[in-house]
Each structure stands twice: as C-alpha cells, then as structure tokens.
Design a protein around this ligand. Structure first.
Ligand code: AMP
Ligand code: MG
Length: 804
C-alpha cells in the first residue's frame, strides 16, 4: 500500500475560504422570545434582536423640568414673586389650568425639581442658583435672571418620539440598548437563537488536562478547552464532546453524534497528511467538503464541510491539531460564522481591520501569506493623528501557544522573498479580547528644517542646568536660528533634524531584543512648545552604539516628580525596559527633579556613573559641578540620568555605554547587549581628523622606552606647534590609520613584536580623545589582552615597526 504524498485539495486563499463559509451562514438558526421579567437581564445581554423595538409613548411623556428651581412665566422677568406650590419629581400635576393647585398666574412661581412636570401656565424654569431666598418661610423668592420661554424645559417627546425605533433589528443588545428597551417598555422581545457549537479533540496522544502523569508519547489536550472558551466568547452555547481516538469507527460515531446535537461542529487534529489523519475522508462520507486546504500560515490543512441532518445544514470545521493553527483558523473562519448564525449581519461579522507599524523586522514566507501574532499599542504622536505599533509575540511556531498569549492582533503578512523592516506598515486583524494598553505619548523631534545651520559657538550650552524658563533666555538671543515651521528658537548647536531611530540593530544569536526607555523630562517639550532634542539624541547614540536588536519606548513628560517616578516605574515594571535613560531636569533649579525621582524608585544607586558624567561635562563647563545626575537599578532595569542638552548627551553617553551594558548583564543575565564594533567611528569627527568636538582626557600609560623614544623622535619638526599639540596630532593620525584599516587589526593585535628588544618600561601621560580611548578598551577586550598598557604598547610597536 502506498501513502499519498500530495493532497487532492487545492490550497485556496483565506478570503475565498471565508467567502465559502459565510455563504453557508446566511440564515440565522432561529428566533425565540425572551422576557425581562421571566428570564432576567442575563438572557438579554449580547443577544441579537430579531425585530425593531419601537416606543409606544413619547419620552418625556410630559413637559419636564431640567433643573431644580422655579417654574415661572418667562415674561414676568426679574423680581420677587410668591411661591405658590412645590412640585417634586413624581407629583401628578393636572394638565389643565382650572382647579390646579400647582399652576401659576402672572406674579407667581412654583418650586420645582429636576424631572418634575411643569405646570400648564408656566413656560420656563429658573435655576435655583439664579434665585435668592427672601424669607425663611420660602413663601417668596427673588428671581435674579430673565429667561426666554422654554428655558430649562424638556418638551414632550424631545428624547424619544412616539413610534420611533429605539433598537434596530440585528443589533447586539448591550447596556444602552437594554436601557432603551426598558424605557419604552419593550420587555419581551424576539431574538435570534444562540447556535450550539460542539467541540471535539482528536488524537491518540491526547490526555485530559487534569491528568497528572504524562506517559511517553502523550500530551494534555489544550485545544478543546481553548476552543470552548473562544466559542463562548463568540456568543455560542458550547458542548464539550471530549477526546476521540484516531480510529475510523470511533471517529465516525462521534462525528455523527456531534452533528446531531450541534449547529456547528469543530474538531481539532487529524486533517493533515498523516496515516491517522482521518477527518477529511469521513467528512466526504458524511456530507460535502467545501475546501480542504488554505493558502496561509499557520493552518494550511483547515477543512470545512456541511452536512445535512434533520432537515438542517450543519457546519463542520476540521481545524488543524497544532494549537496555534487551530486558534488562528478559529478566529479567521469560525468566529465570523458563529456571529452570522447568531443573527449579526454578515458585513459586521468580520474582525476589525487596521493598519499598524511593525516594531521589528519580519521575514516573509515565500509561499504562503502569514498571520503573525502581535501585541498592539497606540502611539499618540504630536503632530500626527497617532498610530498603532505592533510588537511580535515571539517565535511563531504553530505548536507554540505562547505566541497567542496576550496577542491582540494578527498581522496580515503577504507572501514574499523579502524581510519587512521595523517601521513598515502592515494590515492587521483585531482578535480576541486582549486589551490594547493605554497610549504612549510621543513628541518626535520636529521634522522642521532650520532657516540656517549655526556653528557651535564659544558660549556653549552643553549642560542643561536651570529650568526651562532659564533656557528661554539663551534661546532669545537674536543670533540663534529660528525653526522654520514652529518659530521656536534653537540652541546654538548644529542640530540633527532627521527623525531619530526608534528601533534598530541586527538579530544576533543568543542576544535578545534590548528594550530601552528614553524619557525626556521637560515642561516645555512636553507641552510641544519646544522641540525635544535630548531624547532624539539619546536614540541616535543608542543606534550608533548598540549592535543587538533594540527597541525603544520614548516618552516626553513634564518636570513633575510624581510623573517622573511613575514613568520610570511603568517603563521598568510593565514595559520591562533593560535600560532607561532620562534626559533633562538634572540641574539645581527648583523644578529640576529627575535625580530626586530616580533615587526614589531605584533599589540601588551607582554613584560612579554620576561622577564620571560630571567629569566629562566639566571639561566643557565649570557649572557641570552643579549637575545632579544619578544612576541606579530598579529590579532588572538600569536607570541613568543625562542632562537635557543634546550636546551633553553626545558628549557623555558613548563613554558610559560599556559600563551600562555590563551592569545590565549583571542585573539581568538573560540580556547580553552587543556593542557596535565601529562605534568609535560614528563618534564626533575622529575619523576625519578633526577632534575639536571630542572629549580629550589624559591617561597614564606604561610603555616601553623604545616606544617613548619613537614618540620623542616625532616631536621634532612640529613647526610652531606645542609639544602637546604635536603628540595629540600624532596619536590622532595613528588611530585614524589603524581604525580605518579594520582588515589589518588582527595582524596588529596578534603578531608578537619587539623581539630581542630591551624592554625597559616607562610611564607617559598621553592626551587621548574619549573615542580613541574607548577603542583601545574595546581592542583590549576583543583580543583578550591583559591591560590597556599592553594594548597601547602593541599599537605603538606596530607603528614603530611598520615605519622602519
Ligand atoms: P494533527 O493535526 O492531528 O496532525 O496534530 C498536529 C500536532 O498538534 C501534533 O503535534 C499533535 O500532537 C498536536 N495536537 C493535536 N491535537 C491537539 C490538542 N487537542 N491539544 C494539543 N495539541 C494537539
Ligand atoms: Mg492527530
């Protein structure tokens, strides 16, 4: 006997499959009458009404007061009047004027409460707030305002007219609809019957979920309970029909029984190409198979059949056994079908479809369109109408049910040979009832072009000390350029006005996606009156420095301590950021509160970061001593404060990256952040030889006398440059040369040198740019060298020997 290796069923597109399914669900399964008094409100909730509900009387049925106050004759106007009656809600006020104790004449008023009938001669109500008491007996009242006729009165039928349809046929009865039915007295209504859905799991390997021991080859049945829950959510009555073994006789008996009892039958398993996948053949025997394969991932073998039983056409869905495939295909086909059979109009049975930006690269399947499970968030972006952002639920294997957990959307990915990039927009179907978390507020760096670009001036604002008001002063200088689109004056920095990257990096094995929270703390940036520059600069620095896949949550918040604390906690505890970088609010002004907030929410502090950051900034401004940045950990998140100025961000961040990466690993060793090898080359102007913007530090190195001699020899012939300048220049050239020659780096750091040389050690203080020093550290690590002195000796030996 040979086994078939190809399926006889063509792979049809999902839309066609859904079309076929819905063509079989045109008629709801039936109609019944339900009563509020007898069946209770639970019976009404979520039912689909099968007739229009109309109002038999107008609402309000009498002229009703809208306010607590006095019923008056409007033309009487301001003045003091006799209060002749008190009409509270519920009082039966006669409709005619004769013998009416509540009715008024000119010069009289009646006290009246909200919802009470207005007496026939009154044509307006005066609010209690617009009156004054004149005596303690409440027999008189002073009316302080004049109103027009009709004021504060709801005319008869002004809410609902008599004969008006209040709930239309085919509407889902939710709270407002149930309220409307009650108000018009439609307490007994015709609704569509609820379809009964029988659910069966098939497979010899399946055990009940409460089975403690899993003997070899067995697994617990997850699909049945998952699908029962899903069908309940879709509005069905559910029937748990148990597990059936992969045996023709058992299966056939069970399917016949299920068809008898249910309007819709769902099985999972047994529809693929295995020897015991028997469902398709049985369905051919029992009824008509409309399709046996769909061109999609996951869920290709999904099968749909209809079977005539007791004069009715019953629907049968043979879903695949893999849990994800069965749930995804349930959403795509079965959920709309149940809704249609329940009486919801077919055009309202589809899942809402939206467009979303993806937050990660997604490789397309070359053959089948894919439904990628994702979690959505809404990003409120200032200046745009906002957008959905989709995060993947991780590995999409069809057996990995975890990929469905917390999933709020199925991304509809086309087939293709490419990879979609983070930031690309794809359609998505909203599924399940997983909530979409509250919006992320984002103010992007303005796309505005500056009217002119300015060079860095000597009066450098590279540390945001002081509050936003103080900043305003410097921005009001006339020589500072003005943003062409918003008129905001810029600081004296050459501003990168491209939108900052929000995610990046590449997929590296054993390196998970790094989540980075970026919080700009600034009153004015949060109001949108000042374009945020610190946050975007942090994002650019991250992009320049991190090689692993990374994604960011970027928020702009005011200088409010509570807001800063709760934002840090949210990004740490809920969003689970590995690193949170704040920018702004670190100075000495009253509203500079970022360090205070950070200290309050951190479990441990790392003072070294603050010291290092101030040390760097002190190279530029003496007032950096006043900056109060702190760093610490909260759970598995490392949090660090940077000043608000983009210039300071750029000066500080690259030199603390390695320590940040290290501490992130220590507190959460599942995260290994890989730094970009060419990080230094992306730094400020080092490669092109202009280090004017770079931080220069003195470092003490222990080198060989031969190295020192070589340096000394270079000092000759420097024209009128100072000794320092000559050496700085020399080292700059050395580094440019070596770093640009990545291919020879291996040779430089692995070939032994200085053989036979007398290695007398000597100390030298060298001025190095921070980027170059960082590069030495990196080489030290990469080639596993004992210390930076050794690394420096190797570099110097290389240039010395290469020159000879
Ligand atoms: P099948 O569609 O029957 O070939 O099954 C495909 C895969 O899904 C196999 O690994 C089954 O063990 C698994 N599977 C089938 N039914 C269930 C179920 N009810 N619960 C969990 N896994 C299942
Ligand atoms: Mg099976």
């Amino acid at each position: 006997m040979s086994r078939p290796t190809t399926s006889k069923y063509p792979m049809i597109p999902v839309d066609d499959a859904l079309g076929i399914v819905l063509s079989k669900t045109k008629e709801p399964i039936g109609i019944e009458t339900i009563s509020m008094e007898q069946d209770g409100i639970e019976t009404f909730l979520d039912r689909i009404i099968a007739e229009d509900a109309t109002a038999k009387e107008p609402l309000p049925p009498f002229r009703a007061s809208i306010m607590d106050g006095y019923a008056v004759i409007a033309s009487d106007g301001i003045g003091t009047y006799d209060v002749i009656a008190s009409i509270t809600a519920g009082v039966d006020v006669p409709k005619d004027t004769s013998n009416n104790q509540y009715d008024i004449k000119p010069g009289q008023v009646s006290y009246i409460t909200t919802g009470a009938p207005v007496p026939p001669s009154a044509d307006a109500v005066i609010r209690i707030e617009d009156t004054e008491n004149v005596d303690n007996n409440l027999n008189k009242v002073k009316i302080n305002v004049a109103v027009k006729s009709g004021k504060w009165i709801r005319p008869i039928g002004s809410d609902v007219q008599s004969g008006q349809i209040v709930v239309e046929k085919n509407t889902i009865l939710s709270s407002a609809e149930i309220g409307l039915l009650a108000t018009v007295g439609a307490t007994s209504v015709r609704v569509y019957k609820i379809p009964t859905v029988g659910i069966i799991s098939t497979g010899d390997e399946l055990l009940e979920p409460w089975e403690r021991e899993l003997t070899n080859g067995k697994i617990r049945d997850s699909n049945r309970f998952m699908l029962l829950a899903a069908a309940k959510k879709s509005g069905a009555n559910i029937l748990n029909l148990g597990i059936v073994q992969d045996k023709n006789v058992d299966l056939k008996k069970m399917l016949e029984n299920a068809i008898e009892k249910s309007d819709v039958v769902i099985t999972s398993g047994g529809v693929s190409m295995g020897s015991l996948d028997l469902i398709k053949d049985l369905l051919e025997e029992l009824g008509t198979v409309h399709f046996g394969r769909m061109c999609m991932k996951p869920g290709k073998p999904t099968t749909f059949a209809s079977i005539n039983k007791n004069g009715r056409e019953k629907l049968f869905f043979g879903l695949p056994g893999n849990p994800v495939s069965s749930l995804v295909t349930y959403y795509l086909l079965v959920d709309p079908a149940i809704k249609a059979l329940s009486g919801i109009p077919i055009n309202k049975c589809h899942h809402p479809r939206i467009n979303t930006r993806i937050n990660m690269p997604l490789k397309l399947d070359p053959v089948r369109p894919e439904y990628h499970r994702s979690m959505l968030t809404w990003r409120d972006t200032v200046g745009t109408s906002g957008e959905f952002i989709a995060d993947s639920t991780g590995i999409q294997r069809s057996s990995r049910l975890l990929s469905m957990r917390s999933s709020s959307a199925l991304l509809c990915l086309p087939k293709g040979n490419t990879t979609l990039n983070p930031g690309d927009v794809v359609p998505a179907l909203l599924i399940g009832s997983n909530p979409i978390p509250p919006p992320i507020h984002v103010t992007p760096h303005l796309d505005a072009k500056l009217t002119s670009k300015v060079e860095t001036s000597s009066k450098d604002v590279n540390l945001s000390i002081g509050n936003d008001d103080e900043k305003t002063k410097s921005e009001e200088d006339d020589d500072i350029p003005v943003c062409a689109c918003c008129g905001v004056k810029k600081t004296n920095l050459v501003i990168d006005d491209t939108p900052p990257p929000r995610y990046g990096g590449i997929n590296i094995e054993n390196s998970s996606t790094v989540r980075i929270g970026v919080i700009t703390v600034s009153d004015r940036a949060s109001k949108g009156i000042y374009p945020d520059q610190g946050g975007p600069e942090v994002l650019r620095c991250i992009n320049d420095n991190i090689k692993s896949l990374w994604e960011s949550e970027y928020r702009i918040i005011p200088d409010e301590q509570r807001t800063i604390e709760s934002t840090i906690c949210d990004l740490s505890d809920r969003v689970k950021c590995n690193i949170i970088i704040t920018t702004g609010g670190t100075g000495p002004a009253e509203r500079d509160l970022t360090p205070d907030a950070t200290m309050n929410v951190c479990g441990r502090l790392f003072p070294g970061f603050g010291e290092r950051m101030r040390q760097i900034s002190l190279q530029y401004v003496p007032t950096a001593i006043l900056s109060r940045q702190v760093a610490g950990t909260r759970g598995k998140t490392f949090i660090i404060n940077l000043p608000g100025s983009p210039h300071s961000v750029r000066q500080i961040l690259p030199s603390i990256f390695d320590a940040m990466i290290h501490i992130s690993f220590i507190v959460n060793n599942s995260v290994k952040i890989i730094r970009k090898e060419n990080t230094i080359e992306t730094g400020v102007n080092v490669i092109d030889g202009d280090n004017s913007n770079d931080n220069i530090f003195e470092h003490l190195f222990v080198i060989d006398q031969a190295n020192l001699d070589w340096i000394e020899s270079k000092k000759r012939g420097g024209g009128n440059m100072t000794e320092h300048e000559i050496i700085d220049d020399l080292f700059q050239l050395i580094f440019v040369d070596i770093k640009n020659n990545a291919s020879v780096q291996d040779t430089i750091f692995t070939v032994p040198r200085g053989k036979g040389r007398k290695k007398k050690k000597t100390r030298i203080l060298l001025r190095l740019s921070d980027y170059n020093y960082q590069w030495i550290l990196k080489m030290n690590q990469k080639y596993d060298l004992p210390n930076v002195d050794k690394t420096m000796r190797i570099i110097l030996d290389y240039v010395l020997e290469n020159e000879e």
